[in-house]
Design a protein around this ligand. Structure first.
Ligand code: PFF
Length: 454
């Protein structure tokens, strides 16, 4: 099946870093801490880790298998592996999901640039908690600023995409991921060393299972798919660039470990610092944009230069983490248009950038000047978030595991999982069992839960 004229990641470490770059993003550093804060801390984290082991890693292996064996974009992959069937719609569904997520994800990614600029311009020092909240609202209510940053972010993504797989995606991931990691570790150490950080650490490390209910279980599962970039063929597309002897199981384990580690580091940055200045952990989505600058300012009140360095570095790395994720979503749609509609890569990328920017502008405005226009009580941004993260990704994941577990020729799965290293038979059997039974039932649970909310 392999198509030698197609690009490949130049090295195995490049492949791991590019996939980890897709997984690590706003989902880890922005969404994970506030979900943890809302859902009881350590108990949520433990359930999340179980979900990653039971559902996340097997579904990632399924996406890798489909992508590498077909050596194709996610839509064509199903046509190659299941010719003449309706499975092609799973791939097309993924492309649509990627396109929609990119449109609104880039809005929050744009906010990180605004906050990076504010931090670099030294505007945090001396602000009160109320002023931080007011400045966030006045920014999102502004007609131009969120739109400007969104477009700038889309152009940055576009620039890397047109540079191509090896030069653009792999090189940027190779440089960005290690920097991100080092910065997060430094910030986590600073946060833990703050006086009064103990209760924050306890909140993260000492599980209180009395707070666990089915909602917590389901939200941990939803976070798994979102954070690991599963369910929309994103990692399937990246796997189509893997070398033929890249070990898929090891790569999935590495990506999931890096992703979980970054999420836990984000928790270690935010909660010890928040507790040390008496800020509640369940502050919600504003945790990163309102609470964090407030925490950094208060926590290092006598050391303004440290606030300056840490806040500037934090928002820069958040922007970079978001960039490696927007690149992966953009790539899914660009390569689909490029390969299926015989467009040049550059033209396909332009089409994606401009369409996503237009939808993104509407999403950004829907949080400010267009607030009063709602659908089912939600603004456009929330509608996109709900539709994609809560409905489309779980549905995609559900069909990917059924396809790989039940439909795909087991010889293909076996050969793919054994290339680049021997996989013990019981591990192979466990993966097949999870893909056939455990994952579809688990994802079905998430999906039904979201429907009930509707
Ligand atoms: N995993 C990314 C994050 O945690 O920010 C978000 C994401 C990227 C979701 C790519 C889905 C996707 F296909």
């Amino acid at each position: 099946m392999s198509d030698v004229s197609r690009a490949n990641f130049g090295s195995k470490i490049g492949a791991i870093l590019a996939a980890a770059g897709s997984a690590v993003g706003l989902g880890n550093i922005w969404r994970f801490p506030y979900q943890t804060g809302n859902d009881g801390g350590a108990a949520f984290i433990l359930i999340y880790i179980v979900c990653i082991l039971c559902f996340g890693i097997p579904v990632m292996i399924a996406e890798f298998t489909i992508g590498r064996h077909s050596r194709s974009n996610t839509a064509r992959a199903y046509q190659i592996l299941a010719p003449g069937t309706q499975w092609k719609w799973v791939g097309r569904w993924g492309v649509l999901t990627g396109f929609l997520i990119l449109s609104y994800y880039a809005v929050v990614a744009g906010w990180t640039l605004e906050y990076f600029l504010q931090a670099a311009g030294n505007t945090f020092i001396g602000k009160t908690p109320e002023e931080f909240a007011a400045s966030f609202t006045s920014f999102t209510d502004n007609l131009w600023r969120p739109v400007f940053w969104l477009i700038l972010f889309m152009f940055a993504t576009h620039f890397i995409i047109v540079k191509g797989v090896q030069q653009g995606i792999e090189r940027s991931a190779k440089i960005l991921m290690p920097i991100l990691f080092v910065l997060l570790i430094i910030m986590a150490i600073c946060s833990i060393l703050l006086p009064g950080s103990g209760p924050g650490l306890e909140f993260l490390l000492k599980p209180d299972f009395s707070k666990v209910n089915s909602g917590v279980l389901l939200s941990a599962m939803g976070q798994t798919f979102y954070s690991l970039s599963l369910g929309m063929g994103c990692l399937c597309t990246y796997a189509s660039y893997f070398q033929s002897d890249t070990n898929l199981t090891k790569t999935a384990l590495n990506v999931a470990s890096i992703d979980s580690l970054v999420a836990i580091l984000a928790g270690l940055i935010i909660f010890p610092a928040a507790f040390s200045v008496g800020i509640q952990p369940d502050a919600g989505p504003s945790l990163v944009f309102i609470t964090l600058p407030n925490v950094l300012t208060q926590a290092f009140a006598g050391l303004p230069w440290l606030t300056y360095i840490l806040s500037t570095a934090f928002y820069l790395l958040l922007a970079l983490a978001a960039l490696t994720s927007t690149i992966s979503m953009h790539e899914v749609v660009t390569v689909y248009l490029h390969e299926e509609f015989k467009m040049s890569r550059r033209k396909a990328a332009w089409l994606v950038t401009s369409m996503c920017s237009i939808i993104g502008i509407l999403c950004a405005l829907s949080m400010g000047v267009g607030k009063e226009y709602t659908i089912f009580g939600m603004n456009l941004f929330d509608v996109f978030d709900f539709l994609t993260a809560k409905l489309m990704l779980p549905l995609g994941g559900f069909f990917i595991s059924i396809f790989t577990g039940w439909y795909l020729d087991k010889k293909i799965l076996h050969d793919e999982l054994n290339s680049g290293g021997h996989l013990p038979l019981f591990v192979y059997k466990a993966i097949v069992f999870i893909l056939r039974v455990v994952a579809p039932i688990g994802i079905g649970f998430v999906f039904i839960n979201e429907l009930e909310i509707l």
